[in-house]
Write a protein that binds this ligand. Structure first.
Ligand SMILES: Cc1ncc(COP(=O)(O)O)c(C=O)c1O
Length: 386
């Protein structure tokens, strides 16, 4: 009899069921061990069964998992302070908490519109980029510059224009009297691990200053230490007006955030936006552990092992290596879907994005030795492929 699934068929799932993890290792139902170079797509930043994280969320579960934002919520101020201090500096911004990257971008889009509307300006268009990815809700999907993801779901939300990534002229061409902001991933993740050029980001930033636009960054994948700095934009010597984040922030506990400079954040007036679950104490505790770890050496570790991993991948002499820190891609000349399956067979987890890019987003705690083991397996697979 054919197997019936009660789940909608929107994921092309691989037939492996992981049931447990320890550090950077995952174990399936049969007890087979895998090195995880994907961390639930950039989420499990502290790896599996991290003692401090597990302890904090178990303790919090005993105290209070959820309380409405009608009240003051334990640990929200503390985590918000970390996000602002590591990005804009002390007291220079405010945070709205939600539960995912798409929701953080939804909030970001709404805040951009509200900021201009409150000033009586009819500016609402946001310029985003081709091959970008911002999420699957209508606002974030409309912001996403990939027509194939819009197919069947039209009409999209009005007010988005898509420029060429790393091409300043294409941005200039799209600016008009309705343009409110530019939204960019400084390293496109789903689009194929494409880093923005340094000059491009600088020129883009200058352009927003000249034209009175807001500069918004999607730090959902690049944030929270993933690239070896707290925030991806910190590689480029600019500070945006607002940014979204999620993924690694809670190391597996769903949490998203919008961080905006004070003068922008103030436009989220009481009642203008909200979330039932957003910023619950359990998620806040998880986020605090992630930031405490980053502060006490993990961020430097990411920068160091990220370089090590990049060198190791480069030494394979195959394809083009892209990315920063522990957000790396290996672009091949042919589709890489099968390589992912071969990896699973050999106990290595990674994925393939933009058809030809092997993507590596390991837990941030991965060590040089673990990278050595992983790259050995990868080398074996690539050798068999050639
Ligand atoms: C850059 C970026 N923005 C937004 C999202 C959407 O995040 P979520 O899946 O948590 O809604 C993703 C997810 O892959 C992402 O990579």
């Amino acid at each position: 009899m054919e197997h019936f699934s009660y789940l909608t068929p929107n994921y092309a799932r691989l037939s492996v069921k992981f049931v447990r993890g320890e550090g950077v290792y995952l174990y399936d139902e049969q007890g087979k061990e895998y090195i995880d170079l994907l961390s639930g797509i950039g989420v499990n930043s502290l790896g599996y069964n991290h003692p401090k994280l597990t302890k904090a969320i178990c303790q919090q579960a005993k105290e209070l998992i959820h309380i409405s934002n009608l009240f003051e919520v334990p640990y929200q101020e503390e985590l918000a302070q970390k996000l602002v201090e590591t990005s804009f500096g002390p007291k220079k911004g405010k945070v709205f908490f939600c539960n995912s990257g798409a929701e953080a971008n939804e909030a970001l889009i709404k805040l951009i519109r509200k900021y201009f509307r409150d000033q009586g300006q009819d500016k609402y268009e946001i310029i985003t980029f081709k091959s970008s990815f911002h999420g699957r809700t209508y606002g974030s999907l409309s912001a996403t510059g990939q027509p194939k993801l819009h197919e069947g779901f039209e009409p999209m939300l009005e007010g988005f224009r898509y420029a060429e990534f790393n091409n300043i002229e294409s941005v200039k061409e799209l600016i008009n009297e309705k343009t409110a902001a530019i939204l960019i991933e400084v390293i496109q993740g789903e689009g194929g691990v494409n880093p923005a050029d340094e000059n491009f980001i600088k020129e883009l930033y200058e352009l927003t200053r000249q034209k009175g636009l807001l500069f918004a960054v999607d730090e959902v994948q690049t944030g929270n230490g993933r690239t070896g700095k707290y925030w991806g934009f910190q590689h480029y010597g600019i500070v945006p007006d607002l940014f979204s984040t999620a993924k690694g922030l809670g190391s597996g506990v769903p949490v998203g955030a919008l961080v905006a400079k004070n003068e922008i954040a103030e436009h989220f007036t009481p009642g203008s936006h909200g979330s039932t679950f957003g910023g619950n104490p359990l998620a806040m505790r998880a986020g605090l552990v992630v930031f405490e770890e980053l502060e006490s050496g993990l961020l430097n570790h990411v920068a160091r092992v990220g370089n090590y991993f990049k060198e190791k991948l480069t030494s394979l002499g195959v394809g083009k290596i892209k990315g920063k820190g522990l957000m790396l891609g290996l672009e091949l000349e042919k589709p890489c879907k099968d390589i992912v399956l071969k990896g699973l067979k050999k106990g290595l987890v990674f994925n393939c994005t933009a058809q030809r890019v092997l993507r590596f987003l390991p837990p941030l705690v991965i060590t040089e030795d673990e990278i050595d083991r992983a790259v050995e397996i990868l080398e074996e697979i690539l050798r068999e492929e050639s």
